[in-house]
Design a protein around this ligand. Sequence first.
Ligand SMILES: [Zn+2]
Length: 254
Amino acid sequence: MNLIDTHCHLDLPIFREDFHAIMADSRQAGISTMVLPGVCRSGWQHLLELCTRNSPLLPAIGLHPMYLDHHTQGHLVELAEHINSAPLVGLGEIGLDYFITGVSHRKQQELFEAQLALAQKAQLPVLLHVRKAHDQVLATLRRRHFPHGGIVHAFSGSQQQAEQYIGLGFKISFCGTITYDRAQKIRRLAQELKLQDIVVETDAPDMPPSSHHGERNVPPNLLEVVRTVAELRGESVEVISRATTANAGAILRL
Ligand SMILES: [Zn+2]
């Protein structure tokens, strides 16, 4: 098995104690590559260093909409500098989050578009975080003619929205959510999309699969996501593993 976890946060303090054990467990579980997206300026340096020291880890950095209050114009300037010097596989995570309250939609939009412009200039794909704002993000991508695609992480939208992202060159990423029986909409989507448009992630330490409900999520749990996609589609784990790895490799140009 040769899986790619397209979105996990192994750089966070919650993994500091047992980081090397988790890396070993992940290798054991057949995970060859893990993409670490950055969310705040304060975390970028550690994330980049961790990826330099551990070859299965690939870095992306960005300014996450949920932490809008922490970001400054200077951070955007620094992001532009990092793009030129760090071996990033993408820019992210970036996007719009209309689920959280009290965070200005206008400021989120400005931050999102500024980062899209940086990605466009650097010809990098983007890792999107989108909640309750898929139509706004789709409209923005279309208006800016963003040509490099990317991954819509922990996708939560409709099939119609998924098809629109795919039309714009994006892959749809499934996480532990699909392992819950109640997630009917997203489980149906995992059956209906073309295999070439799907990638998988854990979003560790968040989004644990049903068998680890309430626990800290870790990359080895990616197997459960893959197994569920396989069951839902009536395919073998091997087929899903091979396809999602190829899809992630293609979109991130690995
Ligand atoms: Zn994330």
